[in-house]
Ligand binder design. Structure first.
Ligand SMILES: [Zn+2]
Length: 304
């Protein structure tokens, strides 16, 4: 993962950052963001600022810079600061608070806060469905009761209590994760079924969940194995371990990351912003083994 030192080494000046962003956005050369023309030229007359107007379209005659239509547009923050912020966010394993980032970047906290939300908004899911052994579970953010307290709730029906925002998640064992905040105060069987259909490659996946009644009926659309927490946390698979042991430890690990980030760094997270924090946590988790997480983040930032 790209560190602060690496950002400074690879792109020592703001002009280097602009040139790099141009190569990420326009690998085949600059295109007018307004009309799509490739007949563009350097605009030498424009006033040079942090995100200077640097190009002029020969067809529609409009001036533009590489930041037009991206999360960097009209922020009056130089690109190198943005690069440093993205590197900080990606390398902060326990999450980065806006206060800490403001200190590290020597910027005002409200400015950094809104920049971080722009980055999170860009960290969208890639839309590829999960396959293989997929663990699915729910968690609750905010409120007082902990999830463990409702393990003995055998009654079919919605989970969750007031004051908490439900989050449903699925993770490939050894692979990628997807998570979604559910707006209502509870998770219904319909919510879970919709989430499965939208995130899991059903013909090619084996779904593992706990015994919550909301998961009843999923075996109609996907191969479905369940564990019984009251008997043993990890059960051996009856089918000769073909798919490995039946457990949901992987998704529980994702919830641990989420809760650590929210309680340790983001402090209070309102339901309004929870989807953005989820974007970041999911992106960091999925990029954890890739060297190009930084450049992929830049690509998403210029293709919002
Ligand atoms: Zn144009």
């Amino acid at each position: 993962m790209t560190s602060l030192v690496e950002v400074y080494r690879r792109w020592p000046t703001n002009a280097d950052c602009i040139a790099h962003l141009e190569s990420v956005r326009w690998p085949g050369g600059p295109l007018c963001p307004y009309c799509g023309a490739d007949r563009v030229s350097r605009n030498r007359d424009a006033k040079r600022t942090a995100t200077a107007e640097r190009w002029k379209c020969q067809r529609c005659l409009r001036s533009f810079s590489v930041t037009v239509g991206t999360i960097f547009h009209r922020t009056h923050v130089d690109l190198q600061r943005w690069f440093l912020l993205i590197a900080l966010m990606l390398s902060a394993r326990k999450g980065l608070s806006a206060m800490q980032a403001a200190r590290d970047l020597d910027m005002r906290r409200p400015t950094v806060w809104s920049m971080m939300h722009r980055v999170r908004r860009a960290m969208k899911d890639d839309g590829r469905l999960l396959a293989g052994i997929v663990e699915m579970d729910e968690s609750f953010v905010g409120g007082r009761r902990r999830k463990a307290n409702r393990r003995d709730d055998d009654e079919p029906g919605p989970r969750g209590t007031s004051g908490k925002t439900p989050v449903v998640g699925a993770v490939e064992r050894g692979g990628r994760v997807k998570a979604k905040a559910v707006k209502r105060g509870e998770i219904s069987a319909d919510d879970l079924r919709r989430f499965v259909a939208a995130t899991i490659d059903c013909p090619r996946a084996v779904l593992t969940t706990d015994e919550y009644a909301g998961y009843n009926g999923l075996n109609a659309i996907v191969a479905h194995r369940r564990i019984n927490h009251s008997v043993a946390y990890v059960e051996r698979d009856l089918f000769s371990g073909q798919f490995g042991p039946v457990h949901t430890n992987t998704i529980e690990g994702v919830w641990a990351i989420l809760k650590r980030a929210i309680f340790g760094q983001f402090h209070h997270v309102s339901p309004k912003y929870l989807p953005l924090y989820l974007n970041e946590i999911v992106y960091r988790y999925n990029a954890r083994r890739h060297d190009d997480g930084f450049n992929v983040a830049l690509y998403l930032a210029v293709n919002p």
